[in-house]
Design a protein around this ligand. Structure first.
Ligand SMILES: *Cc1c(COP(=O)(O)O)cnc(C)c1O
Length: 370
């Protein structure tokens, strides 16, 4: 095996997908599996489909194209507001896209109609997270905005984000508002808009508690399925498995060194001024993984007796003094040993997009077969 590597436990992910799909299914909600957490890996898209998610969603067109090229039949949804320059590709790659600019919808309609295609659009509505989306006072003008579409685009519903830019949490109240905006749009456009879509993982809590309005019928989920975590509500999701994704790095140096540097201290390589606590001489392991590959503030060693000290672009330093005493082999940690970490969402994203980190999907019974 080459290191660093991100290991994805297929059984755990699949289990999470099934549990989420079943729970949401009982509430009348279709789940779309968000693949951006693993950079649109088509192996993840396959797991999502196997486990009962209705489609795959990603913020990057490039990721959706990879999934399209893999031949998977699941419908594809583009979640990031499309750049006007990529609409041609959107029309070829995406069955559904989230949109918030009338002009962009009209251009997409032109392109699709000219190519003899019909693509679905969900209108993004900003219910208060203040990232993308129509502002409610725009909605009564919808019939002007979308007059004269040529049938290249079919507006099928509304969508909203929670806890993306501002950390706004979903609630029965703001989801009901989303439904009421859908109703306003239906009146304005004089057509049925059957889809009410919410994202992401934080919405599971509202579903669990029975507080999702029955009109909400689509959820877009990533973090929960992969990590069993809900960052927005700051919780481990009790009915999901954590530990489906681990990052493993290899030790390249192991030495006893003081815990405080000697001499005048300036900025380290990432422009931060480190603070040191004198804990005496400690055994430090230097790992071949760095800030280029992961967000070091967002990984935690699986062993609680291994402690992260600091990192530079290509190295991560961990204190293994406590762990060493429990190791069986003579001398404790040494070069060639590996240390495993659990990534939080930002670290998983960074590792997923680092070409220096291999990604291996494995199944517990059959060993690694990818
Ligand atoms: C990333 C993303 C999601 C998934 O969010 P999680 O909290 O990771 O489940 C949903 N919707 C949009 C628009 C996103 O960008």
């Amino acid at each position: 095996m080459r290191y660093p590597v991100m290991l994805i436990d297929r059984d755990k992910v699949l289990n999470n997908v099934r549990v989420i799909a079943d729970m949401c299914g009982s509430a009348g909600i279709d789940v779309w599996g968000v693949t951006k957490g693993l950079a649109g890996d088509s192996r993840l898209a396959v797991l999502y489909s196997e486990g009962g998610f209705k489609g795959v969603a990603d913020s990057r067109l490039r990721n959706l194209r990879k999934i399209q090229e893999s031949g998977l039949a699941a419908p594809r949804q583009l979640m990031r507001i499309a750049m006007p320059s990529e609409l041609e590709d959107v029309s070829c790659v995406c069955d559904v896209s989230l949109q918030s600019e009338p002009e962009t919808v009209r251009r997409l309609d032109e392109i699709c109609a000219s190519a003899g295609l019909t693509r679905e659009v969900l209108l993004m509505i900003d219910v208060g997270d203040l990232r993308e989306g129509f502002w409610p006072r725009e909605l009564p003008h919808a019939s002007e905005y979308f007059a004269g579409l040529r049938g290249g685009v079919r507006i099928v519903g509304v969508a909203a984000n929670f806890a993306c830019a501002s950390g706004l949490l979903p609630s029965r109240e703001n989801l009901e508002r989303l439904v009421s905006y859908r109703d306003m749009l239906q009146d304005s456009l004089d057509c049925e808009l059957p889809v009410v879509s919410a994202g992401g993982t934080c919405c599971l809590k509202v579903v669990e508690e029975g507080n999702a309005p029955r009109q909400v019928n689509q959820l877009r989920v990533c973090e929960g399925a992969l990590l069993g975590m809900d960052t927005a509500f700051d919780r481990e999701i009790p009915y999901l498995e954590r530990g489906a994704v681990t990052i493993v790095a290899e030790v390249v140096e192991c030495k006893h060194k003081p815990s405080v540097p000697s001499g005048e201290i300036g900025m380290q390589s990432f422009g931060e001024r480190p603070v040191f606590i004198d804990r005496g001489v400690r055994k430090r392991a230097l790992l071949g993984i760095g800030r280029q590959d992961v967000n070091v503030d967002r990984i935690e060693p699986l062993r609680d007796d291994v402690h992260i000290v600091t990192a530079s672009s290509d190295h991560l330093i961990v204190d293994v003094t406590d762990a060493d005493s429990l190791r069986h082999h003579e001398g404790g940690y040494r070069p060639g040993d590996t240390i495993a970490f659990r990534p939080l969402y930002p670290a998983m994203l960074a590792a997923a997009t680092s070409e220096y980190v291999d990604k291996i999907f494995f199944a517990r019974l059959t060993q690694s077969d990818d």
